[in-house]
Write a protein that binds this ligand. Structure first.
Ligand code: NAI
Length: 317
């Protein structure tokens, strides 16, 4: 079965290549391209000339009716809407603007496609996902199995960096990355890399630091022109594809930042999750980790408490 998929923020740096990848995904039967700016119509016209199966439709505008029209009937909604970082900014600096954007999009999802699988890319993910959940709860349609903060880029980066260091075929490598999606909340579980790899303490520390700060490498290299877009589009398309494969009955495991009671003290956390026809079928426990990883999990959990509270406080303010 193929699905109707929306990209919200489709005219942006991530939105355009992400829409291209989804237009090329055989599991997408209709691609609904939405952005507040009119460029959405141009992106859709451009994509519509590609001879793949997905039909392309588009909507744009600031009127709430536009986004609701774009979302109606969607099975999967992928959201890269909002402002990205510039050099010197942290993901939390984006909070003020993106929190409001995410709130509006969540209200539209609740009205137009409350049963859709929702994949939130907009930063700071650690806070935007709790905001999204809070809006859906207030609207009486929160389904914790269907809301995902997309942290896939951290896994994609970890796989790449480990393969480079160990001389492995990059497509064979999988490094689970848990916690959240910002600085110290990003916790790679190098001890659980497949195929099994040995790391010295120095290697583990350097790799962990690089994976946690890889987004900043891109922000600095782009020197004010944005943050990761192409690698994020790849990661977002991979995650959306995993969700759709699972909706078709395949057993899929991915890491994602979700509503979870797996870690004491926080209501959102990323671990490996099993995906099924109805979204999350199981949240896997953290499992066995090294002492170094456990220390990083503790640091991440403390930071996440503040990030989640920021999201919740935004809604109650
Ligand atoms: P961009 O500025 O190039 O594009 C954002 C797009 O969102 C623009 O086209 C804008 O018109 C649109 N937009 C703004 N408000 C909207 C609304 N209410 N509804 C629909 N569209 C709206 O930014 P870029 O580089 O594409 O990044 C987007 C977001 O993704 C940022 O918050 C960035 O921090 C985040 N990001 C997340 C990553 C992750 O791993 N989860 C990785 C990289 C970026």
């Amino acid at each position: 079965m193929a699905f109707k998929c929306a990209v919200v923020g489709a005219a942006g740096g991530i939105g355009q290549p992400l829409s291209l990848l989804l237009k090329n995904d055989p599991l997408v039967k209709e691609l609904s391209v939405f952005d507040v700016i009119p460029l959405a119509a141009g992106v859709a016209a451009d994509l519509s000339h590609i001879n793949t199966g997905a039909k392309v439709t588009s909507h744009h505008g600031f009127d709430g009716a536009d986004i609701r029209a774009a979302l109606t009937g969607c099975d999967v909604v992928v959201i890269p809407a909002g402002v990205p970082r510039k050099p010197g900014m942290t993901r939390d600096d984006l909070f003020k603007i993106n929190a409001g954007i995410i709130k509006g999009i969540a209200e539209a999802v609740a009205d137009a496609c409350p049963k859709a699988m929702v994949c939130v890319i907009s930063n700071p993910v650690n806070s935007t996902v709790p905001i999204f959940a809070g809006v859906l709860k207030a609207k009486g349609c929160f389904d914790e199995k269907r809301l995902f903060g997309v942290s896939t880029l951290d896994i994609v980066r970890a796989n790449t960096f480990v393969a480079e260091l160990k001389g492995l075929n990059v497509t064979d490598v999988n490094v689970p990355v848990i916690g959240g999606h910002s600085g110290v909340t990003i916790v790679p579980l190098l001890s659980r890399t497949t195929p099994a790899c040995e790391f010295t303490q120095e290697e583990a520390e350097k790799l962990t630091h690089r994976i946690q700060n890889a987004g900043t490498e891109v922000v600095e290299a782009k020197a004010g022109a944005g943050s990761a877009t192409l690698s994020m589009a790849f990661a977002g398309a991979r995650f959306a594809n995993s969700v759709m494969k699972a909706m078709n009955g395949e057993d899929i495991t991915e890491c994602a930042y979700v509503y979870s009671s797996i870690q004491d003290g926080v209501s959102f956390f990323s671990t490996e999750i099993s995906l099924g026809k109805e979204g999350i079928s199981k949240i896997n426990p953290i499992g066995k980790v090294s002492d170094f990883e456990q220390k990083n999990i503790d640091i991440a959990t403390d930071a996440l408490k503040a990030n989640i509270a920021a999201g919740e406080n935004f809604l109650s303010a």
